[in-house]
Write a protein of this length. Sequence first.
Length: 340
Amino acid sequence: MFIDLRSDTVTRPTPGMLEAMFSARVGDDVFGEDPEINALEAKVAALFGKEAGLFCPSGTMTNQIAARVHAMPGEEVILHKLSHIYYYEAGGLMSNSGLSVCLLDGERGMISARDVEEHINPDDLHRPRTAMVSVENTMNKGGGAVYDSRILAEIAEVCRRNQLIYHLDGARIFNALAVSGQTPAECGAMFDSISICLSKGLGAPVGSVLVGSAEFIRKARRVRKVFGGGMRQAGYLAAAGIYALDHHVERLKEDHRRAKELGSVLTEMPWVESVLPVETNLVIFRVAQPLNAARIISALGEHDVHAIDFDRQSVRLATHLDFTDDMLSRTIEVIKKLRF
Ligand SMILES: *Cc1c(COP(=O)(O)O)cnc(C)c1O
């Protein structure tokens, strides 16, 4: 049994999803003529209470487009130092948009309103103008951590008072909402823009949607073209996204349950130093010295359980649509069997 826990992006379309893709009605989306894409954009925008949406090939692109539209070269973005948009997007804030960053610390990758407020630059010609704040929910590097909605609202208030744009990297926002109990519309009301991935826990093969005001999305559409993200008959992909939103949101709780089980088994292993609290579908653990992440990954790999390293000492497991209860039992068996 090949068990792939490297990422929640490894899923393949289900038969139902494939059927939806095959029956998609498509057109040239650069001309705005793809009915599935138009329907997906409208659906996600409505869900989050926003005026408009934009379908893009990746979450990196939706984040990068948002930054490009929201801020001018030389302006600054406040965000956690482990944010995907900074840490895993290859320096795009700088190379795509000429932006400066102000990197914050914070438990499990999360920032606070107070920290944001203290790092807003004064109106001083020596300093980059602070334009935007970006948060990530769930927080990947924080082990799939979920923000307390009150903290997100406090940051929103700081942004409002200081006229800063508030962006959410919601690659895994549906995982977060499954835990916080907030509705997408309540979440949407706090932010100027949100990036939502369809290709993570939702199980679609490709794609992310950016939502915001009609004016913002109008500008974002032009930037998407510049970034090379204008696709043509991509309605086949949008149809998968629509199907995922209709069928794969409720089931995220199952991924969370399986991740929690993995987390609790790992806690008992002598070769595990610690496990980050498991709230959603990501499990990050530190490997006890003198072992390291590479050693654990290769030992698991010998039993066909595949994970990735997060740093020298840390390993990440991600549960997803294609990780079944049988695979969970087998993974637990393998974990308990490892000896060093
Ligand atoms: C996966 C991910 C993205 C976007 O990644 P792509 O691979 O470009 O779709 C953005 N933010 C977070 C937190 C992610 O996990």
